[in-house]
Design a protein around this ligand. Structure first.
Ligand code: C5P
Length: 232
């Protein structure tokens, strides 16, 4: 179970990230560096996490033309993260370019396609001109990711539908937007209980504020692990 948890270091300062890591690294092996921390601390924070023997999920959600994304993946490969995210809405050619660059530069690095952000609901998608159901959209984007050679997808448990059956392991499913009943929704719209996410077939869940905002994150993670373990 511990190997299936990714803690999101959504902070701007290295010192705050280090505190979270210090409190959680005995229970968690994967830490997520997203745009907030990467834009303030850059490659050094990734190197630091790796130097502690921990794994990095580099969540940069790359979304650009194929040439730019593939060159970026080559640069990122030097940091040897375990997983990197690209946005499936960048299209099949961009995804293929990302996968090809990863295979050439650091084959162990998994390329994950973000489908629909868990902060987007039907209304927000409609305002962007997307009128199909969220489940259908995620299903189309998951197919695009799979056909383009991506190692997996990131999506909400609520939109997962039959994807797990259609694309069994080793295709990876990573689920963010995790909340316990007492947690605040904040900007998320598509949240799920951690047990539900695992029940639906998540290989990894991403835990952010439901752990890192707690006064004692080390106790919060222990409690969450117990809840998940007792649910089987
Ligand atoms: O604090 P919270 O648990 O809401 O954080 C969720 C994390 O998962 C954030 O770091 C966010 O960037 C990430 N994420 C997401 N929805 C996606 C992909 C990633 O919320 N579709």
């Amino acid at each position: 179970m511990e190997d299936k948890i990714i803690v999101a270091l959504d902070v701007s300062e290295k010192e705050r990230a280090e505190k979270i890591i210090e409190k959680l690294s005995s229970s968690v092996k994967y830490f997520k560096v997203g745009l907030e921390l990467y834009s303030s601390e850059g490659n050094n924070i990734v190197k630091e996490i790796k130097s502690k023997g921990l794994r990095v999920f580099l969540d940069l959600k790359l979304h650009d033309i194929p040439n730019t994304v593939s060159n970026t993946i080559r640069n990122i490969a030097e940091l040897k993260p375990s997983m990197v995210t690209v946005h499936t809405l960048g299209g099949g050619q961009m995804l293929e370019a990302a996968v090809a660059a990863a295979r050439e530069s650091y084959p162990e690095m998994k390329i994950l396609g973000v489908t629909v952000l868990t902060s987007l609901d039907k209304k927000s998608l409609f305002s962007m001109g997307i009128e199909i159901s969220e489940k259908d959209l995620v299903s189309k984007l998951a197919k695009l990711a799979f056909d383009s050679g991506c190692d997996g997808i990131v999506c909400s448990a609520q939109d997962l539908g039959d994807i797990r059956e259609e694309y069994p392991p080793p295709f990876l499913v990573v689920i963010p937007g995790i909340r316990l009943p007492e947690d605040e929704l904040a900007d998320q719209r598509k949240v799920s209980h951690p047990c539900l996410a695992f029940e639906k077939g998540a290989d990894f869940i991403v835990l952010g504020r439901s752990i890192t905002n707690k006064e004692q994150p080390e106790l919060a993670i222990k409690r969450l692990l117990e809840i998940c373990k007792s649910a089987g």
